[in-house]
Design a protein around this ligand. Structure first.
Ligand SMILES: [Zn+2]
Length: 153
């Protein structure tokens, strides 16, 4: 997944250095270029969101990215610098989805109930079908993202 993120950075970089020259510039050409850049940045953000909780963003990481971002995105990125990952629900769920997928793709025949028993964040001693189902759904969402970026798992 990190590789995909780096690839995505490289693409943003190449789109950036391919910006239209001022000779014979048309609005259509500029718009085309801008939307290409916007798509690449949106993909970067989508991937980055899945990884952010494993990682405290340092200023050294952030600086090279800043030149590619518009002011708003740059502000957002800077807000995250040095911040410990928050332990909020959604981020916790993403972390669990990644670990659950690893369990399911690892050795042995692991059921969703087994996955829930080791990973479910709820406080109950016995995890229900609902627990297993919630994790399964998050893993399905993760798989879609992985497939979209052709990341093997
Ligand atoms: Zn549970």
């Amino acid at each position: 997944m990190r590789d995909a993120l780096l690839k995505c950075c490289a693409r943003i970089d190449s789109i950036w250095s391919n910006r239209p020259s001022t000779d014979g510039l048309t609005d259509a050409r500029v718009n085309e270029w801008l939307s290409e850049l916007a798509i690449a940045i949106a993909e970067f953000r989508e991937l980055y969101r899945w990884l952010e909780d494993e990682h405290v963003l340092t200023l050294e990481d952030a600086l090279p990215q800043l030149q590619h971002l518009d002011t708003e995105s740059a502000k957002e990125l800077l807000k995250g610098v040095g911040r410990k990952p928050s332990r909020g629900h959604p981020i916790e769920r993403r972390d669990i989805a990644i670990r659950a997928l690893e369990m399911k793709t690892g050795d042995g025949d692991v059921s969703w109930a087994d996955v829930a028993a080791s990973l479910c964040p709820c406080q109950n001693l016995d995890h229900t079908k609902g627990c297993a189902e919630a994790i399964r759904r998050n893993v399905e969402r993760l798989k879609l993202v992985l497939k979209k970026y052709s990341i093997s798992y």
